[in-house]
Design a protein around this ligand. Structure first.
Ligand SMILES: Cc1ncc(COP(=O)(O)O)c(C=O)c1O
Length: 411
């Protein structure tokens, strides 16, 4: 039975996460299905930034490094993210971008396995993973090489040559979820270490780094965490590696005593050694307000609602537009992150036309329309209305107008 709009409204009325939508300043008339790429503005962020700018910076000036506790922002925010990723508070740090954190941790992990020659990953991984790993190999004079193996064959490809396995937990394009616990266990059996990119997982589904025995992880602050465009990223170092792992970017902020200004580098104890330079405090303030959108939020409920929204979307698309799109995400909700991808040869033009109707998703080359279902603010009725507008875009074939085919710089 295909759900009606009234069914969707009833589901929203019974939604235990409905309270969280009030935390966001969503524009009128827009159905935002792209929080997996850039989280929307939380209402509290504007006031928090005003306070940080006008009071802490404007009035407090440099005193605020101590008085407003700016100096501890990377660890304080890390401890808040820890709850969302199944880590201990002292294992997580907010710093830099995901790419830079990946560079730091993949390098550190490889250095812990100096006798080994392979960094293992999968083809079609998010480009920054592949590019950063290629850069590390080049820098080490190709003593390490990057080996890409299709996801089904990864378990068998783990052997005694592999220093580090680097994977994205939820695939950016298909939304496919890796079995983190099983792959980490297999990596450890052969003596390899793991680095997980949690960019599309954190805040989207429960992640259990400690339970999985994960060694290292990185993730993004501007997607499900709602930290704002270009928000700082985070990194995780399992407690057992905290005193052994060394950052290749041995900047002063990761020094054991930065304000002693000594000549020789000595890493800080714990995850703080993965800091490099001075953190952007304005960006940290926005991220902290973004993290507060998860206060009192139960990640099990987030996962349940995410599955319900994405199941609803697939059911409605297949009922109203049979055979029009190919489902490019796993059909089984347990194997999907919080997004649904549809393939269509005119994907870019269709998404452009759909955005014009106020339904915002995105496009990933060559042919993927990506729809993110972020349970904190997306309602069942939004999914219903979004499919109705998609149906309208397909019905009159307006997407065939040449103006929809002109590619913008960012898709
Ligand atoms: C899997 C993955 N890793 C990393 C990033 C972004 O990295 P950065 O913060 O360096 O821009 C993205 C962004 O879309 C991503 O999807």
């Amino acid at each position: 039975l295909i759900p009606t709009r009234a069914d969707c409204l009833a589901l929203d009325a019974a939604d235990p996460l409905a309270f969280a939508r009030e935390r966001f300043a969503l524009p009128d008339g827009v159905i935002y299905l792209d929080g997996n790429s850039l989280g929307p503005l939380p209402k509290a962020t504007t006031e928090r930034l005003r306070r940080t700018v006008e009071q802490e910076w404007g009035q407090g000036l440099i005193r605020s490094w101590n008085e407003a506790d700016w100096i501890n922002a990377p660890l304080r925010l890390g401890a808040k993210i820890a709850r969302l990723i199944g880590a201990r508070p002292h294992e997580v740090l907010v710093a830099d971008s995901t790419s830079v954190n990946l560079y730091k941790l993949a390098s550190a992990a490889a250095a812990l396995r100096p006798e080994r020659s392979v960094i293992l990953t999968e083809p079609g991984n998010f480009p920054t993973e592949l590019y950063i790993l290629q850069g590390i190999a080049e820098q080490l004079g190709h003593k390490l090489r990057v080996r890409t193996v299709a996801r089904d064959a990864l378990k068998d490809a783990l052997d005694a040559e592999v220093a580090v396995l680097v994977l994205t937990h939820v695939h950016y394009k298909s939304g496919e979820v890796h079995d983190m616990a099983a792959l980490t266990a297999r990596a450890h059996e052969v003596g390899a270490l793991t680095v997980w990119d949690l960019s599309h997982s954190t805040g989207a589904l429960p992640v259990e780094l400690n339970a999985a025995g994960a060694d290292f992880a990185v993730g993004c602050g501007y997607k499900y965490l709602n930290g704002g465009p270009g928000a700082p990223a985070f990194l995780y170092v399992a407690e057992r590696w905290a005193e052994a792992a060394r950052s290749p970017l041995s900047g002063w902020m990761g020094h054991a005593a930065p304000f002693e200004f000594v000549d020789d580098y000595r890493p800080a104890s714990g995850v703080a050694r993965m800091l490099c330079g001075t953190p952007s405090i304005l960006a940290m303030a926005a991220l902290e307000a973004g993290l507060a959108t998860f206060d009192e939020v139960d990640m099990a409920q987030v996962r349940a609602k995410s599955a319900a929204l994405s199941e609803l979307f697939i059911a409605l698309v297949e009922a109203r537009l049979p055979g029009v799109f190919e489902l490019a995400s796993p059909r089984e909700p347990a194997l999907r992150g919080s997004q649904v991808s549809l393939a269509h040869p005119h994907g870019y033009a269709i998404m452009s036309a759909l955005i014009e109707t106020g339904v915002i998703g995105d496009f990933r080359a060559p042919d993927i329309l990506r729809f993110g279902f972020t349970p904190l603010y997306t309602r069942h009725v939004d999914v219903f209305d979004a499919v109705e507008r998609l149906d309208a875009v397909m019905a009159d074939r307006r997407f065939e107008h040449p103006r929809y085919a002109e590619r913008a710089a960012v898709t």
